[in-house]
Write a protein that binds this ligand. Structure first.
Ligand code: GLP
Length: 640
């Protein structure tokens, strides 16, 4: 891979960082680097030794390497691999073991000889673990050392399973997992309590011995830890920061994961910038937050002292600049998310006409809608718009077995009450599901019947939440897209029929306004996939006149909110509206914590949503705008 010299804008970055528009573009380049390496080693008559990672992040890279194997004849016969880690106590057959993951995602699709593959053994006896780890190190050495190590990064800053506190010279060993890491893996294991507590991982020192290291990161959830690893000092609390001392380490990331780097977030701090509208807006709000003053009180001196003299020259004095930005922010606030009929809309985020609007809310999984825009949804309905909510994926994978058991037992109780003989087909179905659950072993995937019932659990919860938002039952659609029904987390393969279903819905509803999320999400997450399918569907309809009039609004999702400088529509919620929204979220009972007594810091999803909406309102208020109870925020999106 050709890496340009560090530019002025990259001066604070202590690790070379390449930012790509999309993960797929990054993977094309990296797969090319890997195939060049493999071919070079063949020429030299030596094996190529790759260090491999698991998690969602490397999946698109593995897919690209598989493509190179199939379509361009890249052979892996000469490749030896060493995986970073494995959960301790998890048999290879377990659906979540890294052995199984690697087979499914990569090894089964290439021509690598089985004896070239090395993955730490999670089933080794506790007393034999140390010996096993030493042996693993020995095998790496015997292979000639790792030529190129692929890494992901955990939100704690871990690489492999080297959690905060791992020393720079740590070696392959048994480790205890951090609570945030276990929380992030909870979805895979259907609950945090099921996530293993220990793992075997290569050490930081082991990783640093690889000749090249490439760390990949996609999506906004990784943005802050990426910035800390790249721009902070190397510290044990962020193990990935130790890569700063490696001679050939590189971060390969997408735009969303790069968002917190100084060159993106505060570009005026690392060189000259073009003071475009959006950079100016960002800079003024940043200054207000930094000096802890409302916008209208910022002074010329404060601008100059914070490196923004150039901005004053072109757009000052402070008085003018402040008023302009203040007004812009004021204009983002509206109690009329669908536009205010018969009002002058020159400074409103949404047009007055048409009224009522056809509004389509796309919720990748049930609950995304109400979590991030439940208050806005209620307003749209109340203000007379024709709102349709479409749940794109059914969400069955996120339902714990206990919920299904409760439902089938209710069905059976009911059947028993209604007919002394135990009821008809419904009762038989319920009875059979109960048996399937009883027969299910810890590592088994759900049977189709169980998944079906889980899907229905989520449907009834979604209906109930929509009812609280005032939405009539007829306006709810469940698309149950096949990519999700036929897949598993990290292994979804969206196809044309998924896109076609979204396109058909768009054609039918012909919305004037669409609300959707996922543009910044990790690309293989449900939200990331749904957004991409939507984008493709919308693009395929670009010839239809309504698409040019249609406004697409993004809600942020993923447990966070837009920064104030990114917000283009801010919908204030009254205390009652906020309470109603929380009640809506509360209907998604299967998504509540299954274990009410939690360890430190865990918050239920409604608590998170409430905190986010209150924080946004507080930020507006601190900047000198009116004091609201809570705010939901949106940004516009359009086809480039
Ligand atoms: C796990 C793995 C790491 C991986 C991390 C991030 O903890 N042990 O190697 O980097 O998860 O996972 P993801 O890529 O799914 O975000």
């Amino acid at each position: 891979m050709k890496i340009p010299k560090r530019t002025e804008a990259e001066q604070l970055e202590r690790i070379r960082t390449s930012i790509y528009p999309k993960a797929a573009d990054a993977c094309t380049d990296l797969a090319r680097e890997i195939s060049d390496l493999i071919r070079a080693r063949v020429q030299e008559g030596k094996p190529a030794v790759l260090g491999l990672a698991t998690g969602s992040t490397p999946v698109p890279l593995y897919r690209e390497l598989i493509r190179l194997h199939r379509e361009e004849g890249l052979s892996f016969a000469n490749v030896h691999t060493f995986n970073l880690d494995e959960y301790f106590g998890l048999p290879r057959e377990h659906a979540q073991s890294y052995h199984r993951f690697m087979q499914q995602q990569f090894f089964a699709h290439i021509d690598i000889p089985a004896d070239h593959i090395h993955i730490p053994d999670g089933m080794v006896e506790r007393s034999a673990a140390y010996g096993h780890c030493q042996e693993y190190e020995e095998q790496i050495r015997e292979s000639g050392g790792i030529d190129l190590q692929i890494l992901g990064i955990g939100r704690t800053g871990h690489i492999g399973f080297n959690e905060p506190g791992s020393s720079k010279d740590s070696r392959t060993r048994l480790v205890t997992l951090d609570s945030l890491t276990r929380h992030d893996a909870a979805r895979d294991f259907l609950g945090e309590v099921n996530v293993p507590r220990y793992a075997v991982t290569m050490g930081v020192g082991t990783i640093l011995e690889a000749r090249r290291v490439r760390l990949l990161a996609w999506g906004d959830a990784k943005a802050s830890i990426v910035a800390r690893a790249v721009e902070g000092v190397p510290v044990e609390s962020v193990p990935a920061s130790f890569l700063q001392d490696h001679a050939d380490a590189q971060f390969v990331i997408d735009g969303a994961a790069a968002a917190e780097l100084t060159r993106i977030k505060r570009p005026w701090k690392v060189g000259e910038v073009k003071w475009s509208e959006s950079v100016t807006h960002k800079a003024v709000l940043w200054l207000a937050e930094t000096v802890k003053k409302p916008i209208l009180k910022l002074t010329d001196e404060e601008y100059s002292e914070h490196g923004m003299a150039g901005l004053l020259t072109s757009q000052g004095p402070a008085y003018d600049l402040n008023i302009r930005i203040f007004n812009q922010l004021q204009h983002t606030i509206t109690g009329w998310p669908g536009g205010k009929p018969d009002a002058d809309d020159s400074f409103r985020p949404e047009r007055a006409r048409p009224f009522p609007k056809q509004v389509l809310v796309l919720s990748p999984e049930p609950q995304d809608d109400v979590l991030y825009m439940g208050g806005t949804l209620s307003r749209l309905v109340k203000q007379g718009h024709r709102v349709t909510v479409a749940y794109v994926a059914s969400g069955n994978l996120a339902v714990p077995d206990s919920e299904v058991l409760r439902s089938v037992e209710l069905m059976l109780e009911m059947a028993g009450e209604l007919a002394a003989d135990g009821g008809g087909a419904d009762a038989q179905f319920a009875g059979s599901v109960r048996e399937q659950l009883a027969a299910k072993k810890t590592f088994d995937n759900d049977t189709p019947d169980v998944r079906r019932l889980k899907r229905l659990v989520r449907r009834s919860e979604s209906r109930s939440a929509c009812r609280i938002c005032g939405l009539p039952g007829d306006n709810i659609r469940f698309l149950d897209l096949p990519f999700y029904e036929n897949g598993h987390y990290r292994q979804f393969s969206p196809r044309a029929n998924d896109r076609e279903r979204i396109a058909a819905l768009l054609k039918e509803v012909r919305p004037d306004q669409i609300f959707i999320t996922g543009n910044l999400a990790e690309p293989s997450s449900v939200q990331g996939i749904c957004f991409d399918l939507f984008r493709q569907a919308f693009e395929s309809l670009a010839g239809e006149a309504w698409t040019r009039e249609c406004r697409v609004w993004l809600y942020r999702g993923s447990g966070s909110e837009w920064d104030v400088n990114e917000i283009e529509m801010a919908v204030p919620l009254s205390p009652d509206e906020l309470a109603n929204k929380i009640q809506g979220i509360y209907q998604h009972q299967s998504q509540r914590s299954q274990h009410p007594i939690r360890t430190s810091g865990h918050r239920e999803s409604w608590q998170q949503a409430e905190a986010i909406n209150r924080t946004t309102a507080e930020s507006y208020n601190r900047l000198g705008l009116a004091e609201y109870e809570a705010i939901e925020a949106f940004r516009r999106w359009s086809l480039k």
